[in-house]
Design a protein around this ligand. Structure first.
Ligand code: Q46
Ligand code: ZN
Ligand code: ZN
Length: 316
């Protein structure tokens, strides 16, 4: 297979784009595609401060690298979850993020969840009985809360996450299977800022996971290969597997599923109630001030309080 631009040996073949590229042309193509996505969805401009949520993985560090190459003003935020999983997952991922930021002289905000919450994510799940086998629900709510807070405190214009097309399509597929209209209404490449919520964007939403992985490898980014040990067996992965089989059979199926959904919603062909209703129930958490639909305190503050109470009970 030859590169379409220069005829050299291709490093990657993207069947759904009918495009094969050599390493150097691929390293140009990814930033071009990302820039097109940023412009298409009006995500941000060169004058905006962009905070990139980084986990140490290929997607988030690849995204930070691309945005930096494109000349955007960026800083990173890393949330240490206190997950070991036999691979020192959190320590290793923090080390990758620090090395990445240090080499490019970019600012990295770090938050240590065990310090903030009073327990690591697996401990928090155990203490609060949220998630019998998996700590993903407490993890998700903690990450959302902390990221939003850091973004607001840092005064940035936008928070960017490394979600790729496979992530988006797997979530879309899951929400469609259960017709979770509230979640469907909120799934978008851009979530506009609302009082107390920072604007959120996903500049890699049209790139496949194998494309972001190839970019990170060809760019020589030192990222953590291990997935979070709790990711294994997640429903999301089952959906990804199914969708990969569909894609292998019909190249372009994932991108078309995702883009058709966005178009249908934008044109009003798909009317999704739910988001507006949930929105009207928002009020400020009595403890931290972040918007919440939970009565009184937000779920994060309630979780934090319960952890401290449990700790006190145990120390008595
Ligand atoms: S939610 Fe679950 Fe992830 Fe948190 S505990 Fe790991 S797998 S990191 S995206
Ligand atoms: Zn080439
Ligand atoms: Zn709160």
């Amino acid at each position: 297979m030859k590169c379409r631009k220069c005829g050299a040996t291709a490093a990657i073949n993207m069947r759904h784009h009918r495009l094969a590229l050599c390493a150097s042309h691929y390293l140009e193509w990814i930033p071009e595609q990302t820039q097109r996505t940023i412009e298409h969805y009006r995500m941000f401009s060169l004058s905006d401060q962009v905070l990139v949520a980084v986990s140490g993985g290929k997607d988030s560090l690849g995204l930070w690298d691309v945005l930096d190459r494109l000349g955007y003003q960026t800083a990173g935020v890393y949330i240490g979850l206190g997950i070991d999983g036999g691979v020192r997952y959190s320590d290793q991922s923090l080390a990758r993020c620090r090395a990445f930021a240090g080499a490019r002289r970019l600012k990295l905000h770090t938050v240590d969840v065990p310090t903030e919450l009073g327990a690591s994510i697996p401990e928090a799940a155990r203490l609060t009985h949220r998630g019998q086998q998996k700590p993903c629900s407490v993890c998700g709510l903690t990450k959302r809360h902390v990221m939003n807070r850091v973004a607001l405190e840092a005064g940035v214009d936008v928070l960017a996450t490394g979600h790729n097309l496979d992530d988006e399509v797997a979530v879309l597929f899951g929400n469609t299977l259960s017709w979770s209209t509230g979640y469907l209404a909120r799934q978008a490449p851009v979530l506009e800022a609302r009082p107390g919520f920072v604007r959120k964007v996903k500049p890699f939403c049209r790139l496949m996971e194998r494309e972001t992985a190839a970019y990170a490898v060809l760019r020589g980014i030192d990222y953590i290969y291990d997935e979070c040990p709790f990711a294994e067996g997640a429903t999301n992965l089952t959906h990804k597997d199914l969708l990969n089989r569909l894609e292998a059979d019909r190249p372009g199926a994932k991108l078309s599923f995702y883009l058709s959904f966005l178009r249908a919603r934008q044109t009003g062909a798909l009317l999704l109630p739910g988001a507006a209703e949930a929105e009207s129930d928002l009020h400020a958490c009595v403890t931290c001030g972040q918007p919440t639909t939970a009565p009184g305190e937000c779920t994060y503050c309630r979780t934090r309080r319960r952890i401290h109470e449990k700790r006190e009970q145990r120390s008595r």
